[in-house]
Design a protein around this ligand. Structure first.
Ligand SMILES: O=P(O)(O)OC[C@H]1O[C@H](OP(=O)(O)O)[C@H](O)[C@@H]1O
Length: 319
C-alpha cells in the first residue's frame, strides 16, 4: 500500500486502533523506501522519508503510538552514513517494531488474563486489541467469563468487539454507552486499551472511558488498562499536552438535520482523559504497573524520548 493510501485509510478510520495504526504506518514507511530510486545521496533519501513520515504523523493527532513508532524507525536512519546503510536500518527497525509490537500484545494478553479471575464479568469499551487479547486469553485458559461491551458512539467500534467475542464463544452483553453505570453492578472489573498515557499516569482512550472509570471507582470495581510501552508519551514530561482529536460533526448528526438547528452546536471529541486515581493497573509487555510509575516506563523503554528532551533543554539553556 502506498504512503498516501495508508494515510488516507488512517484518516478515514479504515485503519484504526492505536497499535494497528502504528504497525501499518511503519510498514508503509518500509514499503515507501523501496519505491524511492537510489540516488547515492543519503540526505535525499532521508528527506523523502521525513516527508512520508510527516504525512503519516498528520493523520490523527491523539494516539501517541503513531509518533513513537515513526521515531523508533526513523531515529537511527537520520544518522546513517550512507544511503544503503539508511535503507538497511529503516528496513530492520520497521520489521523489528512490527514483530515486537505483536510480541507485546501476546505478553499483555497473558498478563491481562492473569488479572481476570475465573467466573468474572468484565466490562470493556471500544475495540482494543490489547484488552480483547486479555479477555480471549482468559477464555482460552478455560476461565468462565462474561463480557459487557459498549456501543461506542458514533463509530460503533463496539460492533467489532462483540463480533470478535462472539467468534470466541464468549457470552457477551451489548449495551448503549449510557447504560454503563446502571450495568456496573453486574460487573467485576473493567478492561480497556489506551491511545496515550501521560507522565502522571493519566490514560487517554476512546471518549466515554473516563465516565466508565468513574462509575467503576464509585462501585469499587477495578479498572485495568492494557497498553504497549509505545503508548506512553515522553513529551508529556515537558508539559506537552495530548491533543484530543475532534472529528467531523456529521459523524454525530447528519448535516441535513444539523442545518435545520441553527442554534445547536455539535461537538465530536473522540478521546477523553481518565485521571490516574481511577486506574488500578496498567498492563504493559514489560509488566503490570500502578499508573504513577508511568515515568519509569518512559525512562526504561522510551529512553530516546528523554534524551531528546534533555537536548532540547540544553539548547534552551544555550539560547
Ligand atoms: O491499540 P489497541 O489496543 O488495539 O487500541 C487502543 C485504542 O485505539 C482505539 O482508537 P480508535 O478506534 O482508533 O479511535 C480505541 O480508543 C482503543 O481503545
Amino acid at each position: 500500500m502506498s504512503i498516501n493510501d495508508t494515510a488516507d485509510k488512517i484518516i478515514s478510520m479504515e485503519i484504526r486502533g492505536a497499535g494497528k495504526i502504528a504497525r501499518e504506518a511503519v510498514s508503509a514507511l518500509r514499503d515507501h523506501a523501496e519505491t524511492l530510486p537510489r540516488t547515492g545521496d543519503v540526505s535525499i533519501f532521508i528527506r523523502e522519508m521525513e516527508l512520508a513520515a510527516d504525512l503519516l504523523l498528520a493523520t490523527r493527532p491523539t494516539a501517541v503510538s503513531l509518533p513513537n513508532a515513526v521515531q523508533i524507525v526513523m531515529r537511527d536512519v537520520r544518522s546513517a552514513s550512507n544511503e544503503e546503510a539508511a535503507r538497511r536500518i529503516l528496513r530492520e527497525k520497521a520489521n523489528e517494531f512490527i514483530w515486537s509490537s505483536r510480541t507485546a500484545l501476546d505478553r499483555i494478553s497473558v498478563m491481562g488474563a492473569n488479572h481476570i479471575p475465573d467466573g468474572s464479568v468484565v466490562m470493556t469499551h471500544c475495540n482494543s486489541s490489547a484488552a480483547l487479547g486479555s479477555i480471549i486469553e482468559a477464555k482460552r485458559q478455560g476461565k468462565d467469563i462474561e463480557v459487557y461491551a459498549t456501543e461506542v458512539r458514533p463509530w460503533n467500534q463496539g460492533r467489532i468487539t462483540i463480533k470478535t467475542l462472539n467468534d470466541h464463544e464468549i457470552p457477551t452483553t451489548y449495551i448503549v454507552d449510557s447504560a454503563a453505570r446502571t450495568m456496573m453492578k453486574e460487573v467485576d472489573l473493567v478492561i480497556v486499551g489506551a491511545d496515550a498515557i501521560t507522565v502522571n499516569g493519566a490514560v487517554v482512550n476512546k471518549i466515554g472511558t473516563s465516565q466508565i472509570a468513574l462509575c467503576a471507582h464509585e462501585a469499587r470495581k477495578n479498572v485495568i488498562v492494557t497498553a504497549e510501552t509505545y503508548k506512553f508519551a515522553p513529551r508529556t514530561i515537558l508539559g506537552e499536552r495530548i491533543q484530543i482529536e475532534e472529528r467531523p460533526t456529521n459523524e454525530v448528526l447528519p448535516d441535513d438535520i444539523a442545518a435545520g438547528l441553527p442554534f445547536v452546536r455539535i461537538k465530536n471529541p473522540v478521546f477523553d482523559v481518565t485521571p490516574a486515581e481511577y486506574i488500578d493497573l496498567i498492563i504493559t509487555e514489560a509488566g503490570a504497573i500502578p499508573p504513577h510509575l508511568a515515568f519509569t516506563i518512559m525512562r526504561e523503554y522510551l529512553g530516546w524520548g528523554l534524551g531528546e528532551l534533555q537536548n532540547q533543554f540544553l539548547s534552551l539553556e544555550k539560547d
